[in-house]
Design a protein. Structure first.
Length: 418
């Protein structure tokens, strides 16, 4: 097996919250995470965009910046980057070759390391050995028991918008999920939060007060929208004109959260106004209302929970108005597909349901059954590629949504076709 095959061979062990296993593994590796400084980012939606903005600005400022995000869209190495570039294949192969035997030995002793735990350990090891100045670290699921939470107090803790997702593990109310997300808040750090629902903000404020941690809210920043189009958004901030390629109102909130974080980081890093301008202008985030083609219009979005779907809907209305498109939809069975489908009603009349290349996929037939109540035309396809080819021949705009796994599966195919 090559390095990627070895990593993916751990899939079957699933996701099991808890820190004992990863702590044991990292201890054997010499606790590389203790040699790094972090910006730790949790939340339900917006984490990836905020992480990429922060990484871009820190890189533009001349700091060797590690980035850890998930999931990846096309290449596994998207998850572990340095200065916004994928790590070398050899670096990943070498790290796996040195550590996989340790993982196997632990498994024989009854300590089963999951895939996410292993990838997290690889990130710590690779970024430590590369001597990164700072690492922008995105949590996996939740926060409190997420394996990224083994780090010491970070330079800054960031909480993006909290919504309902992973409810079977994190809880079925905003308050319970917020409590899990707030598990990454540590004494000795600073917290920046996006605008939140009242019940989520109450949990964040209480946690910060209990831990005596300063809390900065993105809503306190004076950021104005100077212009919007499908090519991007121009923001005004402290006399600066910031060009943002990320589309949608939700990305404006993510930008504000990133700016609030950067203001805190400026107390420890030399970040100029030009670094912020340049960092924002180069930031992209694949499959987040990503315009892959203007003629015909093709949008790829990984929205997979009700809050994400709402953000997607708002962006679609902003840029396409009442223009009807063909929606290609594929979702995982552990997501709230019923609520997401209901939200999409009225925006599209035609939906093509497809399976996702993931063991947790919701079948295209089952998804079609949920769609039939809300769409006038529902077609079932055995693959997203067949669905895309059919949609492309319709003469209408094409939108793909429902899962980041689906986005990763089809993105290259779309680019090659158009």
């Amino acid at each position: 097996m090559n390095a990627i095959e070895k990593i993916h061979s751990l899939d079957k062990f699933g996701s099991r919250p808890g820190l004992d296993r990863i702590k044991k593994f990292l201890d054997i590796l010499g606790n590389p995470q203790d040699k790094l400084r972090f910006v730790h980012v949790a939340g339900t939606n917006g984490k990836g965009s905020v992480c990429r903005l922060l990484s871009s600005v820190l890189t533009e400022a001349g700091y060797k910046t590690g980035l850890f995000i998930s999931p990846y869209i096309v290449d596994f190495r998207e998850r572990i980057q340095i200065n916004n570039e994928l790590i070398e294949e050899k670096a990943l192969e070498d790290a796996v070759e040195r550590t996989f035997p340790i993982l196997q030995r632990l498994r024989d002793e009854g300590c089963v390391i999951t895939e996410f735990e292993y990838v997290m350990a690889l990130e710590f090891l690779i970024h430590s050995e590369a001597q990164c100045d700072v690492v922008v670290l995105e949590t996996g699921m939740g926060g409190l028991l997420d394996c990224t939470n083994v780090i010491k107090p970070p330079l800054c803790t960031v909480i993006t918008k909290i919504g309902l997702d992973h409810t079977a593990v994190l809880g079925d109310t905003i308050e319970r999920i917020a409590e899990q997300k707030c598990g990454i808040i540590k004494s000795g750090s600073i917290v920046v939060t996006s605008t939140q629902r009242a019940e989520a903000m109450a949990v964040i404020e209480r946690t910060c007060e209990d831990k005596n941690v300063p809390l900065i809210k993105s809503e306190s920043l004076d950021v104005s929208v100077l212009g919007e189009s499908l090519s991007g958004t121009t923001l005004g901030y402290k006399g600066l004109n910031l060009s943002l390629k990320l589309l949608g109102n939700h990305q404006i909130e993510n930008a504000k959260t990133a700016l609030a974080t950067i203001e805190q980081l400026r107390q420890q890093f030399d970040i100029t106004d030009k670094n912020i301008i340049d960092g924002f202008s180069v930031t992209t985030n694949p499959a987040r209302f990503e315009l892959l083609s203007e003629n015909p219009a093709i949008v790829l979005d990984g929205a997979h929970n009700p809050d994400g779907i709402e953000a997607f809907i708002n962006a679609y209305k902003k840029y396409f108005g009442d223009k009807r498109a063909v929606l290609i939809l594929g979702m995982l069975s552990d997501k709230d597909s019923k609520s997401s489908v209901k939200l999409l009603r009225g925006l599209f009349s035609t939906v093509y349901t497809v399976p996702v290349d993931n063991p947790r996929t919701l079948s295209s037939l089952a998804l079609a059954a949920e769609c039939e109540e809300y769409f006038s035309e529902v077609k079932v396809f055995d693959s997203p590629f067949e669905a895309f080819d059919a949609a492309l021949g319709s003469g209408k705009p094409v939108v793909i949504a429902g899962s980041l796994y689906l986005a990763g599966q089809i993105r290259k195919y779309i680019i090659d076709k158009t």
